[in-house]
Design a protein around this ligand. Structure first.
Ligand SMILES: Cc1cc2nc3c(=O)[nH]c(=O)nc-3n(C[C@H](O)[C@H](O)[C@H](O)COP(=O)(O)O)c2cc1C
Length: 463
């Protein structure tokens, strides 16, 4: 069989960790031919020639069409795929090249630190299903898994199973319904902005185009908030390129690109009391431009410097049909420990309702900013911290800025370092060795669990 390997790492075949997994299976399955396509590294050339019948883009599409199956090889970048690969996916739809994938078996192999890697795989699966490909669950490895014998074996078994399914054309269950676009023109009624207070600043980051629902949603929000709202349109800022994955920024927090991205993060977003993210859905994510902007925040490392900031989202497009995208966006913000005041989409048949929801969102965000309301932490924020904490500790010699930040802010909060927890654990372990004590404590366990709360109440709730 001929296998098309789509390399989504900006580092290319030469330096990508992920593509090593493909080289490995290529050697283990010499009976199959592997055809490599540099996607992320060559995205600018692919984009330049996308509309032409000859040239790099058509060559790649033709090459994929001539293969029996497709393997997407990518690093996980910000809970999804790198912006460059995302752009390639947009080009496929824009230039009606879906035919190259239709009816073809596809899967993915990724490497990552396992931070929301499943969402990246879900994204590729949804895209493949939209392309009418037959997608089989992918293989999500931690970067150095391939060095372990057991994981090499797993990778080979995974590949063998994929090739077998391709050759016998096994039926495969679909995970996502096709997207149904219900174009609705949002026409907000006229609203006059009230007197604005400059005590707090809100920044709206958006990628809207003129005349779109998204632009009207953003303007509505700006008019409704009681605070100064600055709108930054990603189309109007200088972004040289997507993240190269070079990790040069890990030493001193400086990106190799000297464009406006750093300033936007450090001088606009960091100085704002609240940030509103506004975007339009393209395929199963927001635009590739948005993805580039998120990816380029890598210079901020794993430091939750936006922690405690208030945030909200304005999304144009079928988000309710796209739960994976919602999870990507919310998990990203929750890991950064931001307070999400709400999310409004234009998936309604009534402009009045959309306007009402935006008014309410502006009010909620203003209120949260004024009162410094903090929502309780939930799983993504908690688990994300633990994962980053361990990752930073393990890689402290590379992620130097992160390591200093974690040390200085007491974020290496392993329980074993906490003396009082250690003491309590040790004394309880000793006492629980006594069967009589164990029996008695177990008997009253439920009562003991609620006892500390009693001092908060006037009434006796001890039952
Ligand atoms: C911009 C950027 C974003 C990343 N985002 C994630 C992420 O969301 N989750 C994760 O587990 N790893 C993330 N990583 C780590 C990469 O997925 C990991 O280093 C991968 O092995 C790189 O593969 P490659 O060498 O093939 O590009 C990120 C790395 C970079 C540079």
């Amino acid at each position: 069989m001929k296998i098309a390997v789509l390399n989504g790492s900006p580092k290319g075949n030469e330096l990508s960790v992920t593509i090593r997994y493909l080289f490995y299976i290529q050697e283990k399955f010499p009976e199959h031919e592997f055809v490599y396509f540099e996607i992320a590294k060559k995205i600018k050339i692919l984009e330049r020639f996308a509309g032409e019948t000859e040239g790099e883009f058509s060559r790649v599409i033709e090459g994929i069409r001539n293969c029996d199956a497709v393997i997407w090889s990518f690093p996980v970048y910000f809970l999804a795929v790198p912006g460059q690969l995302k752009r390639f996916i947009e080009l496929i739809f824009e230039h009606r090249a879906e035919h190259a994938f239709a009816g073809k078996y596809a899967t993915s192999i990724s490497t990552s630190a396992h931070y929301f890697d499943q969402l990246a795989h879900n994204y590729i699966q949804a895209v493949c299903e939209d392309l009418k490909a037959i997608y089989m669950e992918g293989f999500s490895a931690e970067a150095y898994d391939l060095m372990e014998e057991n994981q090499q074996r797993n990778l080979c078994l995974f590949t063998e199973n994929f090739f077998r399914s391709v050759s016998v054309r096994s039926p495969v269950a679909r995970k996502y319904d096709p997207l149904v676009h219900r174009p609705f023109l949002y026409e907000p009624d006229a609203t006059t902005a009230g007197t604005k207070s400059n005590t707090k600043k809100i920044t709206v980051l958006s990628d809207h185009l003129p005349g779109t629902n998204l632009e009207k949603m953003v303007l509505r929000f700006q008019a409704c908030s009681r605070f100064d709202v600055e709108i930054i349109n990603l189309h109007e800022i200088d972004i040289k390129s997507g993240c190269l994955g070079c990790i040069e920024c890990t030493a001193e927090g400086m990106c190799v690109y000297k464009d406006q991205v750093r300033n936007i993060y450090m001088e606009k977003l960091l100085q704002s009391a609240a940030i509103v993210y506004a975007g339009e859905i393209r395929d199963r994510y927001l635009s590739a431009l948005w993805k580039l902007f998120f990816d380029r925040s890598f210079f901020l490392g794993h430091r939750n410097i936006f922690g405690g900031k208030h945030t909200a989202l304005l999304i144009s497009g079928p988000l309710r049909q796209n739960p994976n995208l919602r999870e990507i966006l919310e998990s990203y913000l929750l890991t950064a420990r931001m307070n999400i005041a709400g999310l409004v989409t234009d998936e309604y048949d009534s402009s009045e309702l959309i306007s009402g929801l935006i008014n309410n969102l502006a009010e909620s965000l203003d209120w949260a900013c004024e009162n410094s309301f903090e929502k309780p932490i939930t799983f993504p924020g908690y688990a994300g911290h633990l994962l980053f904490r361990d990752f930073t500790y393990k890689n402290s010699y590379i992620f130097r800025e992160d390591h200093q930040f974690y040390s200085k802010n007491g974020l290496y909060d392993y329980p074993q370092y906490n003396r009082s927890i250690r003491k309590i654990r040790q004394s309880f372990e000793r006492m629980f060795k006594n069967p009589a004590f164990m029996k008695k404590t177990r008997k009253n366990l439920k009562q003991n669990m609620v006892r500390p709360f009693q001092r908060l109440f006037k009434k006796d709730h001890s039952g």
